[in-house]
Ligand binder design. Structure first.
Ligand code: UDX
Length: 441
């Protein structure tokens, strides 16, 4: 039982770093591993390599009390614990929509080959259904004789920006496994959450893998549903915000993830629905998920529509026109710019000849690295200064709370496209702004 108090976490990205820190917070001894030395150095110094509210406090507290350490050495991780969580990334492949499993496979190979006794590996990465089954065979081939390895899959549902909260108090815990040893290890490791009454579901491996991708597919579908209604509302002169509000009072529908606007981006939803379709194709059930093709298309159309509304506002052409963009991160409370709708729109306008200046409270450094040709401002006012049209593309609180009078003083023309339905149209109009939003008259 003593060894159960020690775990390793392989991969220290958004998921792994948060998981490692939170498991230490819950009282376990944790060794986090990543081959990226710069991440390890940063985490060991109590700095999160990305913006995640609350994470650094948890990191620092548990580094100080000695429950949390980081390493790049697989030998150390293999020897440290007998339960290992796999948290490496599964990005979209360069050559197709499928998930790139090379990091998962490399991690499993590296770990399994170094095990010296029985061990449990629990995958948390988002993987195509069937992956865990294949990994079971792969592990059996790599692991030395005597090292009996049991595999489980426990998908992670954390949202960036709420990573600590979601990890300490998830809506549910799912563990897929055929092994009673894995189930009992998970029950011990999740005891603090089970005691709080958080549902704990045991499934087979493929079901656990599917829970994650189907949850993300559902969320993406819900967003695209309301964005499809926004498209219709625009054509019909209806107000999708009122529509969404009215729908949300039906508790079978609910109001969450029913926010119309520029749509979803980030490192999860877009790639996960594409990888899910690719996997359905391989399984011979492609028609079952063909609706996700529409979900993706609706989502992409919102970006094009946002560009069109802004172009319309300035008389039909962006050539040489000054454009202020508020937001670069794919959503507020994150500095993640992977598949960011905001930067997609900003670059599209720049390609059409617009002189685009972007401001974001947290994501500027990453944006500059990835899109060096855009202009960047270090304050909201600077981005709006001299702009002939302003676009709000990520709904940071700083933008929601912005004073329209103050911004009107520096803008060349008080025109705004609210890509996230984050502002009060009446208030902005009263302050002299030409206000346009997605899905509203
Ligand atoms: C998502 C899932 O929520 C999480 O459970 C999973 O583990 C990983 O993927 P995340 O990508 O961090 O999390 O962000 P989320 O808060 O889900 O937002 C995703 C995107 O949808 C963002 O671009 C957001 O702006 C957009 N969104 C969300 C909307 O456009 N409308 C909404 O109503 C809600």
């Amino acid at each position: 039982a003593e060894s159960r108090s020690r775990i390793s976490v392989i991969g220290t990205g958004y998921l792994g770093a948060t998981h490692a820190a939170c498991m230490a917070e819950l009282g376990f001894e944790v060794l986090g591993l990543d081959l990226d030395r710069s991440k390890i150095d940063s985490l060991s110094a109590g700095r999160a390599p990305f913006y995640e509210p609350g994470l650094e406090e948890v990191l620092q507290r548990n580094l100080a009390n000695g429950r949390l350490r980081f390493t790049s050495d697989y030998d150390e991780a293999a020897a440290f614990a007998d339960v290992h969580f796999l948290c490496v990334g599964t990005p979209q492949r360069d050559d197709s929509d499928a998930a790139d499993l090379s990091f998962v496979e490399a991690a499993v190979d590296s770990l399994a080959a170094r095990l010296t006794g029985p061990a449990i590996i629990i995958g948390k990465s988002t993987v195509p259904v069937g992956t865990a089954g294949r990994l079971t065979k792969r592990i059996a081939e790599c692991a030395p004789p005597g090292a009996e390895v049991h595999l489980g899959w426990s998908p992670e549902f954390l949202r960036e920006g709420f990573g600590v909260e979601d990890t300490l108090r998830p809506n549910r815990i799912v563990i897929g496994t055929d092994s009673p040893a894995v189930e009992s290890a998970m029950r011990e490791l999740c005891a603090p959450q089970i005691e709080q009454g958080i549902p704990f579901l045991v499934t087979d491996l493929p079901t656990a893998e599917l829970v994650k991708v189907s949850a993300n597919a559902f969320l993406a579908t819900k967003i695209s549903f309301i964005n499809a209604m926004a498209e219709v509302s625009e054509a019909a002169g209806a107000d999708v915000m009122k529509l969404a509000e009215a729908l949300s009072h039906d508790d079978r529908i609910g109001g969450k993830f029913l926010g119309p606007g520029l749509g979803f981006g980030g490192g999860c939803l877009p790639k996960d629905i594409r990888a899910f379709m690719a996997r359905a194709d391989e399984l011979g059930v492609e028609p079952a998920l063909s609706f996700l093709r529409e979900v993706d298309a609706i989502n992409q159309r919102r970006r094009a529509r946002t560009v069109d509304i802004a172009r319309g506002l300035i008389g039909g052409s962006f050539a040489g026109r000054t454009v202020g963009v508020l937001g670069a991160a794919f959503k507020p409370n994150s500095d993640d710019i992977r598949d960011s709708p905001a930067l997609h729109v900003a670059t599209a306008i720049a390609e059409l000849g617009g002189v685009v200046t972007v401001y974001d409270p947290e994501a500027l450094d990453r944006a500059k690295q990835e899109f060096p040709d855009l202009r960047y401002a270090h304050t909201m006012l600077e981005a709006v200064r001299d702009a002939e049209v302003v676009l709000l593309l990520t709904e940071w609180a700083e933008f929601r709370d912005a004073d329209p009078d103050e911004l009107a003083k520096v803008a060349a023309q008080p025109r705004i496209v609210d890509g996230r339905n984050a502002l009060d149209p009446q208030h902005w109009r009263d302050c002299g702004w030409t206000y346009r939003a997605l899905g509203r008259p």
